[in-house]
Design a protein around this ligand. Structure first.
Ligand SMILES: Nc1ncnc2c1ncn2[C@@H]1O[C@H](COP(=O)(O)OP(=O)(O)OP(=O)(O)O)[C@@H](O)[C@H]1O
Ligand SMILES: [Mg+2]
Length: 516
């Protein structure tokens, strides 16, 4: 085909010498035709009037036309019908100012094939002045692959954009000096300012920072820039309408086109921060109420204890003293009587009175063991345990690991819990061995009484009643309530046949090291 066109020679009227068969060898036309045929792109050569004077093999292949179908035709034969009029106008404009340039830069051009289908193409134009008129060379390149790639790129950019604009966070790209290169539209919902304002005004970001947080935000940012590290901070911004907006801002350093940036996400966490503040306030209120309640409990315990001590003192100073004096007088009377029967009766009565005194002394002791105040919780428990063991004949083991002496109120309650647990052992367990432990634990005092006695079902044992009723079994329930009133706990573990363990923990108020 190329041969054919070269043979045919250039079109009438534009051919300049040397032409085919010139004495100087190959003419410019033949050279042009040969050059066009060597190009991989399609080439269309038109004259000043837009008539096709030559096409190369590449264009034949692209268009489906043969050379002879096209030569002599207006070049618009290769343009989709809808674009022909426009093409014609642009061709005239080009003829007026011909120069080398891409055709219709930025537009998606198409070549109309012989079968009517279209092929995306890129076209570059070059004028070729000849002595007999202007020729225009159009290099046509199949752009379908490039367009496909471009379309995919556009689609992926659209997807990315949609993602960025729809995610419930602001994304941004800033330079190390804080200048915003990009910020997503959502920023206008969070702070009320349009994204363009951040991008256009250098330092705008710093201006929206809450004055109280500006210092630490700038310091953290400087640190991130210096170390080229991650930036992550929660701080307040001031929105356009003056609201304080809490944001969680975190970004990582990235390099784009050889330049350093920080790519980040900013989330509005105001609701969460407010909820946390609310929670903290409620918690503080709760703690104050709890402290007040504990204070009241402490006072109640102290008052009850004072009452017990007063009662013990009254018993000691009144009935016990008087009974002791009576016993002395009865002993005197026993010794001074000559009647042996009377002496025997008096001696028996005296012994009974002594027994009453012992019982009363026991009540006095139990009401408030003097050791508790004098020597502390450990020694008081040791003393009480020793006496109980002597009476009931079980073996005892005491482990005292108290590091700090509990406050007087906590100490009294701890002693009462121990006392009640041990009384239950004596009343119900039939134990051979009793193990008692006390220790300082988790800022409080912990205690345990374990026996190897008959055991029971704890669930069925505890009285559901609020307070002790004569005859009711209220001991364990009261112990638990006492511990809980002070902010502690009490647990009973038992099963028939496998002994019983009572364990408790009480927070302690002001304490002093054991032994002081
Ligand atoms: N260490 C123990 N070994 C065996 N059974 C026990 C022990 N401790 C308690 N129990 C059982 O649990 C029941 C409830 O004990 P709780 O101390 O509440 O009442 P109580 O001792 O019967 O009466 P109260 O303590 O009011 O004088 C007891 O009646 C007993 O059956
Ligand atoms: Mg009991």
């Amino acid at each position: 085909m190329t041969d054919g066109s070269a043979d045919r020679g250039p079109p009438e009227g534009i051919r300049t010498s040397p032409g085919p068969g010139s004495s100087r060898g190959e003419g410019w036309w033949e050279a042009l035709v040969r050059a066009c045929d060597m190009l991989p792109d399609g080439v269309v050569v038109t004259d000043a009037g837009g008539r096709i004077v030559h096409v190369n093999a590449g264009l034949e292949a692209m268009s489906g036309y043969g050379l002879f179908d096209l030569v002599g035709e207006p070049v618009e034969i290769l343009v989709p019908e809808a674009a022909r009029a426009l093409h014609r106008r642009q061709r005239h404009r080009y003829a007026a100012r011909p120069r080398m340039r891409p055709m219709a830069a930025g537009q998606d051009l198409e070549l109309r094939r012989r079968d009517g289908s279209s092929l995306p193409v890129d076209v570059s134009l070059a004028p070729l002045e000849t002595g007999e008129g202007l020729l225009v060379l159009a290099a046509v390149r199949d752009a379908s692959h490039r367009r496909r790639v471009l379309d995919r790129l556009r689609a992926s950019e659209a997807r990315y954009r949609s993602l960025v604009e729809h995610m419930p966070a602001v994304t941004y790209l800033v330079r190390p000096d804080g200048a915003v290169a990009f910020i997503s539209g959502r920023v206008s919902e969070v702070l009320g300012y349009p994204p363009e304002q951040f991008e256009a005004e250098p330092g705008f970001w710093a201006r929206v920072l809450h004055p109280e947080d500006r210092g630490r935000v700038c310091a953290a940012w400087r640190r991130a820039v210096e170390t080229r590290g991650r930036f992550s901070l929660e701080y307040r911004c001031l929105s356009r309408d003056g609201r304080a907006v809490w944001v969680l801002d975190s970004s990582v350093p990235v390099t784009l086109g050889g330049e350093p940036f920080w790519h980040g996400v900013l989330v509005d966490v105001t609701a969460r921060v407010r909820a946390e503040e609310e929670l903290r306030r409620s918690y503080e209120l709760l703690q104050r109420v709890d402290a007040a309640r504990r204070g009241l409990t402490t006072e109640l315990v102290a008052a009850a204890e004072a009452e017990r001590i007063r009662m013990a003192a009254d018993l000691h100073d009144g009935p016990i003293q008087r009974l002791s004096a009576t016993v002395l007088r009865m002993e005197l009377a026993t010794r001074s009587t000559a009647d042996p029967a009377l002496a025997a009766r008096l001696a028996a009565l005296t012994e009974e009175a002594r027994d009453v005194i012992r019982s009363l002394r026991r009540v006095v002791y139990e009401a408030h063991p003097p050791t508790l105040d004098r020597h502390g919780l450990g020694p008081a428990i040791r003393e009480h345990l020793r006496e109980a063991a002597a009476c009931h004949g079980f073996q005892v083991e005491l482990e005292d690991r108290l590091e700090r002496e509990p406050s007087p109120e906590a100490r009294t309650i701890a002693f009462r819990l121990f006392q009640e647990a041990l009384t239950n052992v004596m009343k119900h367990a039939g134990a051979r061995r009793v193990e008692v432990r006390i220790a300082s634990r988790e800022g409080g005092v912990w205690g345990m009484v374990r026996d190897d006695g008959v055991g029971f079902h704890p669930a069925s044992a505890e009285s559901p009643m609020e307070g002790p009723t004569p005859g009711s079994r209220a001991g364990i329930g009261l112990m638990r309530r006492r511990a809980e009133l002070l902010g502690g706990w009490l647990q009973v573990r038992s099963a028939p046949g496998s002994g019983t363990t009572v364990e408790w923990w009480l927070p302690v108020g002001e304490t002093s090291p054991v032994g002081t």
